[in-house]
Structures are given as structure tokens and as C-alpha cells.
Design a protein around this ligand. Structure first.
Ligand SMILES: [Zn+2]
Length: 74
């Protein structure tokens, strides 16, 4: 939806962008990137069916990747 602006579930085109917010104590839509460190998650929401898609800012991905690889070895 980020790139196409079309919902992959219902093909709707009424898409809104909800920017993630950083709030105290790690509250909000985010993913952990270390102790007391979070990275916000932005959402694209389909107003026709309610489907939402979550994206991180690309610049934040290396921090999350480093943390996840260390914390959650597969
Ligand atoms: Zn939809």
C-alpha cells in the first residue's frame, strides 16, 4: 500500500498514512531496538476494509536488525 496506494486485500484506494509516534516509556506503535530504545512504525490503513500495513523508516532498519540478530538468533 505504501508504494501502490491500493489495498492488497480489497483493492480499495482510500488509503491513509498514520505516522508512528514515540511516547514515554516505549508506549506507542514501535519495535525494540535495544534497552530503552525503540523505533517507530508507520502504518498505511485501508479505509474500505480496515487492513493495515506497517513500515519502518529505512534508516531505522539497521538498528533493529542488529538488535534482533543479537537477541533472537534463529
Ligand atoms: Zn482494503
Amino acid at each position: 500500500m505504501k508504494n501502490t496506494h491500493i489495498c492488497p486485500k480489497c483493492q480499495g484506494s482510500d488509503i491513509v498514512f498514520a505516522k508512528g509516534e514515540e511516547q514515554a516509556y516505549g508506549i506507542g506503535n514501535n519495535v525494540r531496538a535495544g534497552v530503552f530504545k525503540q523505533v517507530i512504525i508507520n502504518r498505511y490503513i485501508c479505509c474500505t476494509c480496515g487492513y493495515s500495513e506497517e513500515w519502518l523508516d529505512l534508516q531505522d532498519v539497521p538498528r533493529v536488525k542488529k538488535y534482533c540478530e543479537k537477541k533472537n538468533r534463529i
